[in-house]
Structure formats: C-alpha cells, structure tokens
Ligand binder design. Structure first.
Ligand SMILES: *Cc1c(COP(=O)(O)O)cnc(C)c1O
Length: 234
C-alpha cells in the first residue's frame, strides 16, 4: 500500500529544515512532485494532501493523464510542469496543457512553444536547462551559450523565462553536489547582471535536494522520495 501522505510530509519537513539550516527564507523552496510512471490515482492521492505542482517527463503519458483528469467532474486544479526531453515535433502537445516547462535547451523549441501557446492563456513559464560540468545527460545549453539563448528566449511572446534548470550527475558527496549547484547559481547571477530577471533555480532531486537548497534552489523536483521507487529506470 502507498504511504504517499507520510512521505510527502517527510519531504516537506526536510525542505523546511534545509531552508532553516542554510539560511534560506522560510517557504522559499517549492516542491514539485515528480509523478512520471505513476498513475493518476497516485497523483490524486498526493493532491488530497495539498500537493498542487506535479512534474511529468513523457509527452504521451502526461497528455493521457492530464486529459483524463480534466474529464472527471470536480477534478482538482493542479499545476503541471514538464521536465522531460522535448522533440520539436511534439511541442504542440505540451504548449497549452502545462503551466511550466523546465527542460528547454534550445531556441527552436522555445520559439515553437511561443507560437503554439494560446495568447489567451497566462504566459508559459519556462526554464533554460543548462549542462553544467559533471552533468549526466547531454541535454542542456552550455554555460557559454546560455546568455545569448536566454536573451532571445526572454523576448518571445507567450512565454516567460523564469530561470535555469539543471540535472547534475548523481554524487554521494554532499560537498561535490553543492559545488555543481553553486555553478548553476553563479550562472544565474551572471545572467541577471546582464539584464535578465531570473527568479527560479530548478535543481535538486530525491538524492541531492539538500545540497540544492543550500545553493539557492527555488524548486526541487522530487519523485522517488514521495511516490517510491519507480519500476523502470526513468
Ligand atoms: C525523474 C526526475 C526527477 C525526480 O527524480 P527522483 O530521483 O525520483 O526524485 C527530477 N527531475 C527530472 C528531470 C527527472 O527526470
């Protein structure tokens, strides 16, 4: 049986404790519940415990869940964040279903999302995914190209560039985790000195959440610690 409520409470408490320990403003770190691979029932269970923001990685899976949810009467209004890799021919599936997209690493994707987002909706919040040293996946803009991409992204209508997202390689060393996250924060500060107004750092997962909070994360993306171990690696 599922212990989603208990796990969620524990993660929330860990976030509040890390905020206090590292001198962060109370409640300045938002919890994104990463529900990839889990059925809608688990999402609804977390929603009943007050969780509103959910992160999904796979386009078809998330489209199915979101459309099924909103066909139900009295469905809770949740906030959907896309955090997975995006092929350019799939952008239209997510442009109007999500409130946030964290995983944009090239202009082409941002331009298509801006064209496909209905102007009647609130602007789509986006993060530029960056490939900081030591990152496992090959996705992400390099720190060198981040400024020019971010500047162009910030000009697009129907989108609102909020900040940076990173997925560092897993490490057991707290200090090593902090070192990588501090590079993401430094990059954000450098971009803001060039005139951007980024207020979001999307970084930290179940295994490195505290180090990310220590280095300024404003959204942590947590799956396993809330929903349990996924059945296939994803
Ligand atoms: C799966 C995933 C997460 C959550 O990872 P956990 O280790 O289960 O907390 C966070 N961010 C991204 C981009 C993911 O793909």
């Amino acid at each position: 049986m599922s212990n989603i409520r208990e796990r969620l409470e524990k993660v929330r408490q860990e976030i509040r404790e890390a905020e206090a320990r590292f001198g962060r403003t109370p409640n300045s770190v938002a919890l994104l519940a990463v529900s990839k691979t889990w059925p809608l029932a688990n999402i609804l269970e977390a929603a009943e415990c007050g969780q509103i923001e959910f992160g999904e990685n796979y386009i078809q899976e998330s489209v199915d869940k979101i459309d099924t949810l909103y066909k139900q009467p009295n469905a809770p209004q949740l906030e959907w964040h896309f955090i997975g890799s995006i092929q350019s021919n799939k952008t239209k599936e997510i442009a109007n279903r999500f409130q946030w997209i964290h995983s944009i690493d090239r202009l082409k994707i941002a331009r298509r999302l801006s064209e496909q987002r209905h102007p009647s909706l609130a602007p789509l919040n986006i993060c530029l995914q960056v490939n900081i040293s030591g990152e496992t996946s090959k996705s992400g803009a390099t720190p060198e190209e981040a400024l020019s991409i971010a500047q162009e992204m910030s000009e697009l209508p129907n989108l609102k560039l909020r900040g940076l997202m990173a997925i560092p390689a897993p490490s057991d060393s707290f200090e090593k985790q902090r070192e990588i996250f501090s590079q993401v924060r430094n990059l954000q500060e450098a971009l803001n000195q060039q005139g951007l107004a980024l207020d979001t750092l999307s970084m930290g997962m179940s295994g490195d959440m505290e180090a990310a909070i220590a280095e300024g994360a404003t959204i942590v993306r947590v799956g396993t610690a809330i929903f349990g171990q996924r059945n296939y690696p994803a």
